[in-house]
Write a protein that binds this ligand. Structure first.
Ligand code: NAP
Length: 231
């Protein structure tokens, strides 16, 4: 049984991840972390929760400003980390990678846990090999803290690797939207749109559990993309 600590446990995404971990036959919800928790219902800090529970893995879905300190706390304790939180900048990613390598701990950053998003990124990278002119349009709910989204930045990285050209990103924040992204390609007299749509946060939960089960098998350092632990 893998003992999973969920950081951001009271959030829109953290709460359904906690419920799914608790319901899974092979996982145990070792503890819940959020600043508003304490007094027996959870832990206000991740470091305290790791020390108290001895969890096997942390799944973090909090806020961009908590991402690096939470990675550092997990690495310092030698606990593999799944980072679902988006918005950690490149410098912080470099520091987390160096610390994780030095400590021999795997950290898996998943900008998007939804299987349709993973496929959208893979198919878009494939299309970019022959269609280098592209734009990314990402759409999220109005409470999203970071922009552009982690998925959009990851998609731009993949397209740049494939075509040598970095696509521009447009970010829309609208009521009624959960998390959608289109990658639109253009060529003379033709366009191609690759789009993924999520209508509820349950889209992200199975991927978060797969990452929690498999992050421990990765080597030390910061890894990016759920696809690294998919069959
Ligand atoms: N990877 C993916 O597929 C995916 C999908 C959707 C969202 N996300 C990302 O996941 C993150 C959470 O999104 P959400 O919509 O669930 O946000 P949310 O509803 O605002 O929830 C944030 C959670 O984090 C806790 N929190 C915030 N700062 C904290 C800190 N310093 N220490 C401990 N807990 C802290 C909050 O509780 P307190 O305020 O009580 O601390 C709350 O439980 C965001 O970065 C979002 O972009 C990723």
């Amino acid at each position: 049984m893998t003992r999973v600590l969920v950081s951001g446990a009271t959030g829109r995404l953290g709460a359904p991840i906690c419920a799914a971990v608790a319901a899974a036959d092979d996982l145990v919800l070792a503890g819940r972390v959020a600043r508003s928790l304490g007094n027996g219902d959870g832990f206000p800090t991740l470091a305290e929760a790791i020390a108290a529970t001895g969890a096997d893995v942390v799944v973090d879905v909090t806020r961009p400003d908590a991402a690096e300190p939470h990675c550092v706390a997990a690495i310092a304790a030698g606990v593999p980390m799944v980072l679902g939180t988006t918005g950690m900048d490149a410098d912080a990613c470099g520091r987390v990678d160096a610390a994780a390598r030095a400590a021999g701990v795997p950290v898996l950053s998943c900008p998007n846990f939804a299987i349709t998003a993973v496929l959208m990124m893979r198919l878009a990278a494939e299309a970019a090999r022959v269609l280098p002119d592209a734009v990314i349009v990402e759409e999220h709910h109005v409470n999203k803290v970071d922009a552009p989204s982690g998925t959009a930045k990851r998609t731009a990285d993949l397209l740049e690797e494939a075509s040598g050209r970095r696509p521009p990103i447009s970010s829309l924040r609208l009521p009624g939207v959960v998390a959608n992204q289109s990658v639109v390609f253009g060529a003379p007299a033709q366009t191609l749109e690759i789009r993924n749509v999520t209508t509820g946060l349950e889209a992200f939960v199975p991927g978060a559990l797969i990452a929690a089960r498999r992050v421990g098998a990765l080597g030390p350092g910061l890894h990016v993309g759920l696809e690294l632990v998919l069959d």
